[in-house]
Design a protein. Structure first.
Length: 263
């Protein structure tokens, strides 16, 4: 078990982890990769193709909204839900978005966000995953600058095509924890043999995962950093503060639902 609490309990806009949070993360990752490769300023348009279940049910699961927000540089765990409607209305009215929040490009959904309902997988005829999407960025001459295929595999997790391929070295996880377990029995045995409470054991694993992610050349977009980072805080203090932030998000989400009228 080397999955973090912050991977299992993701903060994000709804209604779906696989059809909203995952595609939003994929679009954001693509925008960030364009920036990291110094290609952002050369982009004049981006085309997004949705396949399989994303194409067939995406409109009902706000996949279109998620893609627009992710390309615009917003993360599902930090965007203010109260502002999403205004942001989307402006993008759609102007047929223009700020790629990664800084670079203006034309974006008209009928031309640049395609629901390919007659095609199941991004590589035709190659069974992969039913929640696939392809993002392509072009320059002013129409030349392809960057292309990426992602799969939204559930729970808000995403994998690139390389990461999805089990034979790829990219797919091999190097994350390790001091107290690995694969069942409830193993968890109880480990806790007893180390004279730990379950909370102590899980905290030790969380600290190891946080430190590994900090030292990685490319931190995992599937595992957000703790929600209240501080250079002066210990890893344990950051994790504890982030757990409280998760609880507060759950509480305020319930309160918003109770107080909000309409659909």
């Amino acid at each position: 078990m080397n999955t973090s609490l912050f991977e299992l309990f993701k903060i994000g806009i709804g209604p779906s982890s696989s059809h909203t949070v995952g595609p939003m993360r994929a679009a954001l990752r693509f925008a960030r990769e364009l920036t990291a490769a110094a290609q952002l300023d050369s982009v004049t348009n981006v085309c997004v193709e949705l396949y399989g279940s994303l194409a067939l049910t995406g409109l009902g699961h706000a996949t279109d909204r998620a893609i627009l927000l992710g390309l615009s540089g917003y993360a599902p765990d930090s965007i203010d839900p109260a502002h999403t409607d205004d942001l989307l209305a402006t993008t759609r009215r102007d047929a223009r978005l700020l790629l990664n929040g800084t670079h203006a490009i034309a974006f008209r959904e009928s031309d640049h966000l395609l629901f390919l309902r007659d095609q199941m997988y991004p590589p035709p005829g190659v069974p992969t995953h039913p929640n696939g999407l392809r993002l392509s960025a072009f320059d002013a001459q129409g030349s392809l600058l960057r292309e990426a295929v992602f799969y939204s595999i559930g729970g808000g997790f995403i994998l690139s095509a390389d990461e999805f391929n089990p034979d790829s070295p990219v797919a091999t996880s190097s994350r390790s924890v001091p107290h690995p377990f694969a069942s409830g029995d193993e968890l109880l045995t480990l806790a007893a043999s180390n004279k730990f409470t379950i909370a102590d054991l899980v905290m030790a694993n969380e600290v190891a995962l946080l430190e590994a992610d900090r030292s990685a050349a490319a931190p995992s977009i599937n595992r957000p950093s703790p929600l209240t980072p501080s250079l002066s805080a210990t890893p344990q203090a950051e994790i504890e503060a982030s757990i409280i932030a998760l609880f507060e998000t759950m509480r305020t989400s319930a309160e918003r639902g109770i107080a909000t009228a309409g659909i």
